[in-house]
Design a protein around this ligand. Structure first.
Ligand SMILES: CCCCCCCCCCCCC[C@H](O)CC(=O)SCCNC(=O)CCNC(=O)[C@H](O)C(C)(C)COP(=O)(O)OP(=O)(O)OC[C@H]1O[C@@H](n2cnc3c(N)ncnc32)[C@H](O)[C@@H]1OP(=O)(O)O
Length: 719
């Protein structure tokens, strides 16, 4: 039952308990319960103090985000919190577990706050495209000062109880029972003046250079936010707190919230929040996360200690897994012996640990992995080499060992074939640097068992990754969609655009890096190797622009042939100060190269609008997303969107490519794809996906309904 209960302890302390599992969010029923409880407290002369707590050791996770999608009803938060603050009986918040968003705002309306040492506190509204609009933007700076409030509110970060104590957000922290302590505390402060405890009546302590502090904060959120509106509104609300009386500040808070509440960005960020939770629950095979058994991995091996392998070793060790790190090349092994402990120490430091929890041993031979429960092979992308390793592992490892390959697109089933037990083989596609990047694609081959997949998913989560289960196809989800995106970018260069122009358009959309800067960073030879394997490359004075029956741009191959591999060679689509340089400068050589190329192929350059760049790159990518959904390689649009947000820099405030398509309007995306396909009939990736057509024909249901639509569609087509 969702509600807030009222009881009286020892005849004089009223206890209001929020009950809305799992995080006691402030739903309509809970707000009604609190409002009623406040009235009862006021009327009961026996009650001299009040304690508010949350059921099951969790104070409150904030407003009920699910209610934001519909019309809001029930008692609003702001007057409810004001009523608490205005009480003439001391009100104490007993903060166990978490006090986030509206939960912390509720606590800030109390006169005192007692927290358990393990509790987390914060105002994460900005991450949902909102601001703390239940008085948080006005009360917090009055409590802890403007600079600290700016930091907490514009980042939305969670803080520990001890940091909250240092900042002055809580009055006491305990390792014991916080509720018991709050009740004792409430009794002890009866009769003390409450005026100074009401944050709304306090002045806001701002530094003398308040304007420049706020301007700097604004500049920072602009730069960091890549077009996100909420952080800017947060600074606006804090400016009001610093410069206006409380009542006017509250008015400003309300106004700013009104601009955000129904915005596309807020919808996108809230969708991203729920998508992240959805992806942990389903697998493309249809197996459910909660009905597959998983193995707890204590000891694992990593084979291959290049950049990826080293990162994976560190991520495992930080998750408390003991690792046997294997490398056959002496030089690489020596480098790993030196670099891994340093990386580990830094990683442990970032997590506030003195020593990393997992133990690492290095080896040059595969025989040393015989005792592990799971192996992650991370040698370079060569199917023959990987197959050799897998067949060796099948003989060296104990029966039942889960065998994983870190691959960015190779066929997992071909690797499984090389073993005696293909059910135990899964893909784990890490993103570089593997100990930092949050995304992990867990690739289920047609013969992978639900247990092996679930084990990899859970291990990924332990490593702090957002694990997404995907099906087995070239490039899986992320790289399969990247191909048409990059292809369009190359075609745009042929037609008259420059790398800067394309990158600026994409960065203006919100990507941290455009496609060409990204390609320079990861190395142009990565894609070159894949194209060579696919038999697409050809060398010659005039390489053709058609391969395997479709349009092909040899531009990136020619760059590689000329030794322009990106940052590592100091030259790529941009020039750098030297090999390994980071600052990209436009390169007249590239301009000249493109002009010569166009002239040689009789291509007349034209001015290309930003709109066309975005539409062609992004809709080609999204179109492939629809094909992926149709093929069942991703379980739902949420999975694709999470992959793009966490692995490919898609701006979170735009939800992800599939969500974005829904926001633009599916009919419009279809119309644009048809338009570009008409002008480029030799580009199959611009041919609208039949799933997209069917969704449009069905009236463009919202993205949350696509899973259902696709499964019905599948049943229908099987009849
Ligand atoms: C013109 C119109 C003008 C309109 C003006 C309108 C004014 C409206 C006034 C509003 C006032 C604003 C009030 C306030 O400032 C706004 C907020 O409080 S926003 C919410 C802030 N809180 C958060 O962001 C916390 C979000 N949650 C988390 O970060 C995590 O869930 C957690 C709390 C840290 C717990 O993490 P875990 O233990 O890992 O658990 P899960 O994450 O898996 O969550 C479990 C389960 O709970 C669901 N859930 C979590 N938080 C909420 C929530 N706040 N509301 C609803 N549901 C929540 C989560 O989705 C999981 O669900 P499941 O997947 O199991 O179904």
């Amino acid at each position: 039952m969702k509600m807030a209960t009222y009881s009286v302890l020892s005849g004089s302390v009223a206890l209001i308990t929020l009950q809305n599992p799992p995080v006691n969010a402030l739903s309509e029923a809970v707000r009604t319960g609190i409002t009623d409880a406040v009235q009862r407290t006021l009327k009961d002369p026996q009650v001299t103090s009040v304690v508010i707590c949350g059921q099951n050791g969790r104070f409150c996770g904030g407003a009920d985000i699910r209610e934001f999608a519909g019309p809001m009803s029930g008692p609003p938060l702001v007057p409810m919190i004001h009523a608490l603050e205005a009480m003439e009986k001391p009100v104490v918040a007993a903060i166990e577990g978490l006090a986030l968003g509206g939960g912390l705002e509720l606590a800030l309306g109390c006169h005192y706050r007692i927290a358990h040492s393990q509790a987390l506190l914060g105002l994460p509204e900005v991450t949902l495209g909102l601001l703390p609009a239940a008085g948080g933007s006005q009360r917090l700076p009055r409590l802890i000062g403007l600079p600290a409030a700016l930091d907490l509110i514009t980042t939305g970060r969670h803080i520990s109880a001890s940091e909250a104590l240092k900042l002055g957000i809580v009055d006491q922290v305990t390792d014991d029972n916080a509720l018991k302590m709050a009740v004792e505390f409430a009794r002890s402060v009866v009769g003390q003046p409450l005026g100074p405890r009401r944050l709304s009546t306090r002045p806001c302590h701002s530094p003398p250079d308040v304007d420049s502090v706020l301007d700097q904060a604004l500049a920072q959120v602009w730069q960091r936010g890549r077009g996100a509106l909420a952080p800017v509104a947060c600074v606006g609300a804090l400016r009001a707190a610093a410069t206006l009386p409380y009542a006017q500040g509250m008015e400003k808070e309300r106004e700013l919230m009104a601009t955000l509440f129904n915005s596309g960005q807020a919808r996108a960020l809230q969708y991203a929040f729920f998508s992240q939770r959805v992806v942990g629950k389903w697998q493309p095979s249809g197996a459910r996360w909660d009905n597959s058994t998983t193995r707890t991995i204590r000891k694992a091996a990593v084979i291959g200690l290049g950049t990826m392998g080293r990162g994976i070793v560190v991520a495992l060790a930080l998750a408390g897994v003991s690792v046997v790190a294997v490398e056959s090349q002496e030089k690489q092994l020596a480098a790993a012996r030196q670099m891994v402990p340093e990386m580990l120490q830094r990683g442990a430091g970032r997590r506030g640990l003195d020593t990393p929890p997992g133990v690492i041993s290095f080896s040059s031979g595969l025989e040393d992995v015989s005792e592990v429960e799971l192996v992650i092979e991370a040698v370079f992308e060569d199917m023959a080499l990987k197959r050799r390793i897998f067949s060796r592992l099948a003989t060296v490892c104990r029966p039942g060992t889960v065998l994983c390959s870190n691959t960015s697109g190779l066929d997992i089933d071909q690797l499984a074939e090389a073993t005696q037990n293909p059910a135990l083989v899964v893909g784990m596609h890490f993103f570089a640097p593997a100990h930092v990047m949050k995304l992990l694609e867990v690739v289920c081959g047609p013969r992978s068992s639900p247990e092996a997949v679930a084990t990899a998913m859970v291990l990924g989560k332990r490593m702090g990754k957002v694990s997404v289960a995907v099906g087995n196809c070239p490039g899986f989800v992320g790289n399969r969609m990247l191909k048409p995106y990059m292809e369009q970018a190359n075609f745009l260069l042929e037609e008259g655009a420059t790398p800067q122009q394309v990158d600026e358009a994409l960065e203006g959309f919100g990507f941290p890096m455009g496609v060409f800067r990204m390609s320079d960073l990861s190395g142009l030879d990565v894609g070159w190797r894949v194209r060579k394997e696919a038999g697409l490359t050809e060398q010659g004075v005039e390489p053709t622009r058609m391969r395997q029956g479709q349009r092909y741009s040899p531009l990136p191959d020619q760059m590689c042939e000329g030794g322009r591999l990106g940052q590592k060679t100091g030259r790529g689509w941009y020039r750098y100060d030297g090999p390994g340089g980071r600052v990209a400068r436009s390169d007249p050589w590239v301009q000249n190269f493109l002009e010569t190329y166009r002239a040689r192929h009789g291509l007349v350059p034209r001015r290309i609008a930003t709109e066309e760049i975005l539409e062609r790159c992004l809709y080609a990518l999204t179109n492939e997303g629809f094909n992926i959904l149709q093929d069942g390689v991703a379980a739902g649009p949420e999975d694709i969107d999470v992959i793009y947000v966490f692995g490919y820099g898609w701006p979170r405030h735009r939800g992800g490519p599939m969500f974005h398509a829904g926001q633009v309007g599916l009919a419009r995306v279809l119309e644009k794809l048809e338009h570009y396909q008409h002008s480029h009939p030799d580009v199959p990736h611009l041919k609208p996906s039949s799933l997209l057509r069917r969704l449009v024909a069905a009236g463009s249901p919202p993205v949350q309904k696509w899973r259902e639509f696709i499964s019905k569609d599948r049943v229908h087509s099987q009849l």
